[in-house]
Design a protein around this ligand. Structure first.
Ligand code: FAD
Length: 290
């Protein structure tokens, strides 16, 4: 099933994100986590590509397994330093596995990597143009607090508009912890003529110390309410799990209440987190007016 059709239904939907095993690591534990996540009946599950050292070749296999579990899969694909031929191979593999949805990303070169040879894809928009004729439903990334490499939000939105116009069907946001930042960003996108569905990316924080570091690097704003939680419970995993699930649940309910119907939860192969969030949302997701 294509994600654009799920989004067009206009009902509140929750999707999950998983990452495939690293090179030479066993598939078993990840498949177990995915099967458990699938039982929560997310609207779709996305599978990351090459992020945090996971093996690129495993993305297609994991995405195929997601679909075996009865959930539409969204396969991430990065293009930085990829050749046209290698992307064509990826497309063949995705097609053969019956994947209909692709998240088109630039990705990041490792710090010590050599400059990609000329002719490689420079931006995610180049990948969108390459994949457009292939009939996939295409998504892309966007940044409510501006991409860290871009100095001005207005420029970042301009490049996003170009990427969307190249053929995206939807975009998914980077995590944010203050919904007002998302609402302001969405309004700016609409003013600039970006009209595709915007899926709100929510990160349930279960490791307080780690997230404080990530936010510092990525420039993600930590509201004082959230900082207080991390300061108080960051060193106590059980307490941080309770607090992180509660915070993410509150964000999601506020988004739904304000008419944002599509939420993507960065579940990170942690079914227990997804189960607790979905349990908190049970009656909200089954309400008659949804
Ligand atoms: P782009 O859209 O190409 O933008 C990158 C930068 O270039 C931005 O600063 C933009 O403003 C600028 N730009 C764009 N076009 C132009 C232009 N024509 N001229 C000048 N500047 C331009 N990474 C992974 O490795 N694997 C994953 O699975 C993964 N999944 C992700 C999922 C989501 C929802 C998000 C938000 C990010 C994900 N990432 C992943 C991280 C992503 O790869 C990085 O954030 C990367 O730095 C940018 O990728 P992009 O696709 O947004 O790039």
């Amino acid at each position: 099933m294509k994600i654009k059709d799920i989004l067009a239904a206009g009902r509140p939907s929750v999707s999950f994100e998983v990452f495939p095993p690293k090179k030479d690591a066993p598939f078993g534990p990840v498949k177990e986590a995915v099967a458990r996540l699938a039982r929560e009946r997310p609207s779709f599950m996305s599978v990351t590509y090459g992020a945090s050292g996971n093996a690129q070749a495993n993305t297609v296999e994991m995405a195929a397994f997601v679909q075996e579990c009865g959930v539409p899969a969204l396969a991430h694909l990065t293009c930085v330093a990829a050749s046209r031929d290698s992307i064509a191979e990826e497309v063949k593999a995705l097609r053969a596995a019956g994947i209909e949805n692709v998240l088109c990303l630039r990705g990041d070169l490792p710090k010590d990597a050599a400059e990609p040879p000329p002719g490689c894809f420079e931006h995610a928009a180049d990948l969108v143009r390459a994949l457009k004729p292939s009939q996939f439903c295409l998504g892309g990334a966007c940044y409510p607090e501006c991409h860290p490499e871009c100095e001005h939000m207005e420029d970042d939105i301009g490049w996003l508009k170009e990427k969307v116009d190249a053929g995206l069907d939807f975009v998914t946001t980077q995590m944010f912890f203050d919904n007002n930042i998302f609402y302001r960003y969405l309004s700016k996108l609409r003013d600039r003529g970006v009209t595709v569905p915007v899926i709100a990316g929510i990160m349930p924080v279960t490791n307080g110390r780690q997230i404080a570091r990530i936010c510092k690097i990525s420039g993600t704003y930590l509201p004082s309410r959230f900082k207080a939680i991390v300061d108080r419970y960051g060193d106590r995993p059980d307490a941080m799990l309770d607090a992180g699930v509660a915070y993410a649940t509150e964000q999601i309910i506020d988004l739904f209440a304000n008419g944002i119907n599509a939420v993507h939860v960065y579940t990170m192969n942690k079914p227990e987190v997804a189960e607790r969030i979905m349990s908190n949302l049970r009656s909200i997701l089954s309400a008659d007016d949804c």
